[in-house]
Design a binder for this molecule. Structure first.
Ligand SMILES: [Zn+2]
Length: 380
C-alpha cells in the first residue's frame, strides 16, 4: 500500500498494472490501492457534507440510484466497481458514490453556486497538433486542479478486449480521466457548471464516459461517447488522436446536459479551462461568477503562452511542461496553488500535471505541483 509520504520520499509514482476482465481489473485496483481508496472515501464524504451540504446517507442514497443507471448503461463499468469494492474491502455503494462524485458534487455546486467560492475541477488543458510541435507528434497537456488531499493513481490497463490504456485516476474511480491508449487516442477534461446540471437526470455518469473514451479506437467513436444521449451534468472533453507521424486530429467538446458543441484548433493549438466558450449555443447559463475570474485568467494566459510558443519554434514536451509551471496570477495561475483566503475545505491546487505524446504513448507527469516536483516518465 502506498501512502502519500512514502511515494513522495522515494519519488515513485503510484502505478498499478491491471489486466483481464473488468471485474479482475477492478478487483486488483481495489486491492492495490486499498489504503488510498479509504482515504478518498473519507475526504469525499467529508467534503460532500462540508462543501456541498450533502450528508453521508443522502450521498449513498443517490449513489444507489446511479448504481442502477450504471448497471443498465455500462454493465462492464458496474462489474469493475464491484471488483474495486471487494478488492478494497469497502461497500459497493461507497465506491459508487466515489465514481459518481462528479454528478453528486457538481449538481450541488450548481444549486448552491451563488456562494462565492471556486467549486469546480479547475483545470488548464491544451493540445498541439503535429504541425505545431517540434517533432510532428501530437501533444496534449493538462494541470488538474482539485482537492489537495485526494489520492491519485496511474493505471496501466491491458483489458481482455479493446486498446491498452495508460491513465490518471482517483484511487477507487474505475474510469481514468486523463490519459491515452494504444489506438493513439488522448483525453483531457475540464469541469464545467451550468444552470441545467442536475444529478436527478440520472444519465450516464461523467467517469463512465471518460472510461469509454479511453476505450475507443477512433476519434469519432470517442466523440460519440460524449454526444450520444443526454448528460446529468456539464463537462468539457479535449480529445485527440494521432494516426501516423505528422497526422492527427484534436477536437474539444463542450457538453451541457441537453446539447454539445465542438471546437477545432486554431493555428494548430487549442486550449480549454473551466468556462463554456459558447454557453448560449448549448442553451445554458454559466454559474459561479467568482470561479470565472480564475478560469478566464488561466484561459487568456495559456492561450497567450501557446501563441508565443508558436511564434518561437513550436511546442515540445519540455516547453509544454514550462507552460504548466506558469505562475502568472498566482495562486489562481495555470500552476495553481491553494488560496489561503478560502476555508481549508474549499481550497484547490494543481494535484497532477500531465504532458502526453500520442505518437510514442509517453506520459510525463508530476503528482503535486509541477513547479515543485520533477516530471517523471510513464509509458503505455
Ligand atoms: Zn506552482
Amino acid at each position: 500500500m502506498w501512502s502519500r509520504k512514502t511515494f513522495e520520499k522515494s519519488l515513485r509514482l503510484p502505478v498499478i498494472r491491471l489486466k483481464g476482465s473488468p471485474y479482475e481489473i477492478g478487483y486488483r485496483h481495489g486491492q492495490q490501492a486499498q489504503a488510498n481508496i479509504q482515504r478518498n472515501l473519507e475526504v469525499y464524504f467529508r467534503r460532500f457534507k462540508n462543501e456541498t451540504e450533502l450528508s453521508r446517507d443522502e450521498a449513498l442514497k443517490r449513489a444507489g440510484k446511479y448504481l442502477q443507471v450504471i448497471r443498465r448503461v455500462s454493465p462492464a463499468y458496474a462489474r469493475a466497481m464491484e471488483g474495486v469494492a471487494l478488492g478494497s474491502k469497502t461497500r459497493l455503494l461507497e465506491i459508487t458514490a466515489l465514481n459518481v462524485r462528479y454528478e453528486l458534487m457538481y449538481s450541488q455546486f450548481a444549486k448552491i453556486g451563488l456562494k462565492q467560492v471556486p467549486r469546480v475541477d479547475g483545470c488548464t488543458a491544451f493540445g498541439a497538433m503535429p504541425e505545431a510541435t517540434v517533432n510532428r507528434h501530437l501533444l496534449m497537456a493538462q494541470n488538474w486542479d482539485w482537492i489537495p488531499q485526494v489520492e491519485g493513481v496511474f493505471l496501466k490497463i491491458r483489458p481482455t478486449t479493446g486498446p491498452d490504456v495508460l491513465c490518471f485516476t482517483e484511487a477507487g474511480v474505475v474510469g481514468g480521466k486523463i490519459g491515452l491508449n494504444s489506438a493513439g487516442i488522448g483525453l483531457l477534461i475540464n469541469g464545467l457548471i451550468s444552470n441545467k446540471d442536475d444529478w436527478e437526470r440520472l444519465k450516464k455518469p461523467f467517469h463512465v464516459r471518460c472510461s469509454e473514451i479511453l476505450g475507443s479506437k477512433t476519434l469519432s467513436q470517442a466523440i460519440s461517447r460524449i454526444t450520444r444521449g443526454e448528460r446529468s451534468c456539464s463537462a468539457n472533453f479535449l480529445i485527440g488522436q494521432q494516426t501516423g507521424l505528422g497526422a492527427g486530429k484534436i477536437v474539444d467538446i463542450e457538453s451541457a446536459p441537453e446539447a454539445t458543441g465542438a471546437f477545432s484548433p486554431e493555428d494548430g493549438v487549442l486550449a480549454h479551462t473551466n468556462h463554456f466558450l459558447n454557453p448560449e449555443q448549448l442553451g445554458v447559463k454559466q454559474v459561479l461568477d467568482e470561479e470565472r475570474r480564475s478560469t478566464l485568467h488561466r484561459f487568456a494566459r495559456i492561450t497567450q503562452l501557446l501563441r508565443e510558443r508558436r511564434r518561437n519554434g513550436n511546442v515540445s514536451m519540455t516547453k509544454a511542461e514550462e507552460m504548466l509551471r506558469d505562475h502568472n496570477g498566482k495562486p489562481e495561475s495555470v500552476c495553481r496553488h491553494e488560496n489561503p483566503s478560502f476555508p481549508t475545505d474549499e481550497r484547490y491546487r494543481t494535484v497532477v500535471s500531465v504532458v502526453m505524446d500520442l505518437y510514442t504513448g509517453q506520459l510525463q507527469t508530476t503528482l503535486g505541483s509541477p513547479c515543485e516536483e520533477k516530471y517523471q516518465t510513464l509509458r503505455l
